[in-house]
Design a protein around this ligand. Structure first.
Ligand code: PLP
Length: 434
């Protein structure tokens, strides 16, 4: 038997999305990744138990913090992303909130852009401050030099999103990572809308990538799940993070030195936060996400090509006052989009419908293929009115900063036949003006 695809780092993205991280020889030669539907594992003997609990041996004892099905998913995403380690969580919000808690203690702050998923804004603005963690929102995210004024010795991360929600804004990530690193501050990105296929965070200096795997990684709208991946290059012992220095002192000599240093963020996340707070992905969910990821690149190519066609169609439509999609030449993010998203800037876009909220709602009433749903990243096409759903409860000023207006609709373009999607949106837009 010479099967080696599971460990070969030289293979292409599409080959690795099918093979990386799974050696059938370790799992009764099952070709599909088995679902280890158990709450705990037999420890074997006393010596092994000691090794596991001292983290001297990688293995599974209790599924609140690890499971072999999840480990395959974690290795696969780390491989696709070009990082050192990944962690699988119960939802995208578990991944994001756990990331912030791993980075911050009371008295610390996170510097963030404002164009975020509404749940992340709420977490930063209203929940974390109750635990002594401050969010500092950047006024003009396009003015990277201005970020300096928000940094101090308690700043523990710069938080950004690849393809902001829902305006699909593109940031100059190279400039942001360069600036933040000059202060010894790590960059965390929510790469949900882009996926590691369309945007390569670690090749642009980002340190941590978070995902709602519920979206494109799973790809079929069946499963709530989250992931976090670490680049492995940030120096956590540089003086800014006492908690990582304590962690290093506690585990040096137990966890192999190189692994401890290059997977420090993930190790601490698993050992401290998954163990104490819980929130691990279930093995069934891990299996579903693995299934979805097998076709990630193929789906994303199709999503992007459909999105570009639909954006161009709507750009010229008399019922539409604006289409926010970086693949359009009219977008202020067109050039940055070309630089950071050579395969295409995702498949989510926002439009503004002429005639205000009332007419935007008429589009929702008349679509026959697009589904009226708050989700994104499904193989099926979805549409939503952000003001009354994803961004519900925010003030008009906050919404305007995020690119949400009463007449805005957000579309998540699926992989159906492009001509059907164009015809469906076309007739719904025509009716919106009647
Ligand atoms: N990040 C982004 C960009 C999202 O769109 C969402 C959910 O819509 C989340 C994070 C949260 O993910 P989940 O619903 O899996 O908790």
């Amino acid at each position: 038997m010479s099967y080696k695809a599971y460990e070969r780092k030289d293979l292409g993205f599409t080959t690795r999305q099918l093979h990386a991280g799974y050696d059938p020889g370790e799992h009764y030669r099952s070709k599909a990744v088995p679902i280890y539907q158990t709450a705990a594992f037999e420890l074997g003997d006393y010596e092994r138990c000691n090794r596991l609990f001292e983290y001297r041996e990688e293995g599974d004892s209790y599924v609140r913090f690890s499971n072999p099905t999840n480990r395959v998913l974690e290795k696969r995403l780390a491989s696709l992303e070009g990082g050192t380690a990944s962690l699988s969580l119960a939802s995208g919000m578990a991944a994001i909130s756990g990331t912030f808690l791993n980075l911050c203690r009371a008295g610390d702050n996170i510097v963030s852009v404002q164009t975020l998923y509404g749940g992340s804004t709420d977490l930063l603005q209203n929940v974390l401050p109750q635990y002594g963690i401050e969010a500092r929102f950047i006024d003009d995210e396009n003015d990277v030099e201005s970020y300096r004024q928000y940094f101090d010795e308690h700043t523990k991360a710069v938080y950004i999103e690849a393809l902001g929600n829902p305006g699909m804004n593109v940031l100059d990530v190279d400039a942001i990572t360069k600036l933040a690193h000059s202060y010894g501050i790590p960059i965390v990105i929510d790469n949900t809308f882009a996926t590691p296929y369309l945007f390569r965070p670690f090749e642009h200096g980002v340190d941590i990538a978070c995902y709602s795997a519920t979206k494109y990684l799973g790809g079929h709208g069946t499963t709530i799940a989250g992931m976090v991946t670490e680049a492995g290059t940030f120096d956590w012992l540089g003086g800014r993070f006492p908690q990582f220095e304590e962690f290093y002192d506690q585990f040096r000599g137990k966890i192999e030195e190189e692994k401890l240093l290059t997977q420090m963020f993930t190790q601490r996340f698993r050992i401290v936060y998954l163990t104490q707070f819980g929130g691990h992905m279930t093995p069934q969910a891990a299996f579903n996400i693995l299934q979805g990821m097998e076709t990630l690149s193929l789906r994303m190519d199709r999503h992007v090509s459909n999105a570009q066609k639909l954006a161009e169609f709507m750009d010229g439509h008399p019922a539409v006052s604006e289409v926010l999609y970086p693949g359009l030449k009219s977008s202020r993010y067109f050039e940055l989009g070309k630089k950071y998203f050579p395969k295409g800037p995702g498949a989510i876009m926002s439009i503004r419908v002429k005639g205000g909220r009332e007419n935007a709602l008429k589009v929702l009433e008349n679509v026959e293929i697009f589904d009226y749903m708050t989700n994104v990243g499904d193989a099926k096409s979805l549409i939503v009115h952000p003001e009354s759903s994803t961004h519900f409860g925010q003030t008009p000023e906050e919404n305007a900063k995020a690119g949400v207006f009463p007449d805005s609709l957000r579309l998540s373009v699926g992989i159906e036949d492009a001509e059907d999607l164009i015809a469906d949106i076309g007739q719904a837009l025509d009716r919106s003006q009647q």
